[in-house]
Design a binder for this molecule. Sequence first.
Ligand code: ZN
Ligand code: FE
Length: 242
Amino acid sequence: MLDVVQIAVLNDNYVYLAHDAASGETAVIDPAVSEPVLAEAARRGWTITQILNTHWHPDHVGGNAAIVAATGARVTGPKGEAERIPEISRSVGDGDTVTVGASTARVFDVGGHTLGHIAYAFDADDVLFPGDTLFALGCGRLFEGTPEQMSASLATLMALPDSTRVYCAHEYTQSNARFAVTVEPSNAALSARVVDIDARRAKGLPTVPSTIGEERATNPFVRAGSVAEFARRRAAKDNFRG
Ligand code: ZN
Ligand code: FE
């Protein structure tokens, strides 16, 4: 089983360590920076053997070079963005698998936020690393892709089991919640979730991970009934000042 450790860095980024105790392998997912990641691994007595990147944005790959220099970790990243992933040693896309010790992830193409964006789903561990594609109560902005592409990407991720834990790359939940309640003011599951989110943030606690089941019940982007509705909601959120 993978042991997943969350490291909060920069303003609102989450970097993750995924450790397989049996083999001693440790992967880091989307290292925005290197120092707190290397420090957390050292504190636990873990050696980083792999970096898994979801897309090329600097707040997801910024720590690659220094972590590789410190550990010799090999870097796996999206095929479609390989030239923009520092130190990449393996390019992957839809249908490929990545192993961390005894755990295997399926790779999915989930373009939209960026064109080549990928996600890693460790099925047996019930763990998803969706990068900036799916957030708690939200989804990534469409910097490069189309609404068609992003809604298809979200549908791909929503086909995972409800129990899947969603380790997204940002703590954007409270802002997403303020928008979500304007879309579905009478969704009782959403209202209850927002109470919980506000309580967690008031104590300085993370709201991530959520689960696919929670997103299915409350996330306005995955709940859009059509691509057109998704596109309207995404545009409304881009202009939302809540
Ligand atoms: Zn991004
Ligand atoms: Fe990001």
